[in-house]
Design a protein around this ligand. Structure first.
Ligand code: AMP
Length: 288
């Protein structure tokens, strides 16, 4: 695995691969890697000749300094995990090189995709995401980039950005990987206190319950969402949002259908977890 610590180094490597006619797959991450990240790399491996992974904790997408400061790091373990999926190049970079002092150009998503969910509760989060993803796309120059469904709104915004700005890259969304008990994998899970770890299952359980209720005939979003709030609060969490939206436009839904996605964000202590499920799909874990 090549370790590239500068844009120039990475660009030279990619240019050489492209001269050989190789197809480049890209997986951007913030590190503290887990099976969710590795699943994206395996998907990239299926379709591409070379895989590039970036690990960069992007400060501009954090709306709370304590969240940025607490974000987990384990570079050695990350490198070991990358070898298990035969990653070809790891790109890391420091903040000074990514955002020079006089940095002044941003990519700002607008409209209905950013109006709700994390766009409402996390201020300029998506401006940070779209800016860093554009920069990474420009630096890497990959043919295809792979993202997780776990960050549902993030993928919708990136997909739209690629179309709107004519960025020459394909993007793909891959299924959410979960712990055996149902909790969606997240780098933040390791920050959960042990009592919260158990209780955090309320999120996945309530999504599974919502799916079953919908299948049993309940189409009224407000009733399902209210019950989900109750169940997640009973587990001791502070609900940030629970919304039902259309899976493409992300417009709020009053009447649920197969194209509805239910998205949740909730705090267990200081740790904010997100998860979602599209109602047309079976929930992948069954709860007693
Ligand atoms: P992050 O390091 O959290 O910024 O995530 C990097 C990429 O991994 C994003 O595309 C995420 O959507 C994806 N990802 C994070 N968690 C999961 C998961 N549990 N399953 C699938 N993809 C994930």
């Amino acid at each position: 695995m090549e370790l590239c610590r500068s844009k120039t180094e990475l660009r030279q490597l990619i240019a050489a691969w492209k001269r050989e006619g190789l197809r480049i797959g890209f997986v951007p991450t913030m590190g503290a890697l887990h099976e969710g990240h590795l699943s994206l790399m395996r998907a990239a491996r299926q379709e591409c000749d070379r895989i590039v992974v970036s690990i960069y904790v992007n400060p501009t997408q954090f709306d709370r300094k304590d969240d940025l400061d607490a974000y987990p790091h384990d570079p050695e373990r990350d490198r070991d995990l990358l070898k298990t999926v035969s990653c070809d190049a790891l790109f890391t970079i420091n903040n000074e090189d990514m955002y020079p002092d006089d940095f002044s150009t941003w990519v700002i998503p607008e409209g209905s995709l950013v109006g709700g969910l994390c766009g409402k509760s996390r201020g300029s989060h998506f401006k940070g995401v779209t800016t860093i993803v554009t920069k990474l796309f420009n630096i890497v120059g990959a043919h295809k980039a792979f993202f997780g469904q776990k960050d549902y709104q993030q993928f919708a915004i990136i997909q739209r950005m690629v179309r709107d700005l004519d960025i020459p890259i394909e993007v793909a969304s891959c299924p959410t990987v979960r712990e055996a008990d149902g909790l969606a994998l997240s780098s933040r899970n390791q920050l959960l206190e042990s009592t919260h770890r158990e209780r955090s299952l309320a999120i996945a359980k309530s999504l599974a319950w919502a799916t079953l209720s919908f299948r049993a005939g309940q189409k009224k979003a407000s009733l399902i969402l209210a019950e989900m709030v109750k169940r997640i609060e009973e587990a001791g969490a502070k609900v940030d949002y629970i919304e039902a939206v259309d899976c493409e436009s992300l417009a709020p839904k009053e009447t649920l259908d197969d194209q509805s996605v239910i998205a949740v964000a909730a705090f267990f202590g200081a740790v904010r977890l997100i998860d979602n499920h599209i109602l047309k799909d079976d929930f992948p874990v069954q709860f007693p």
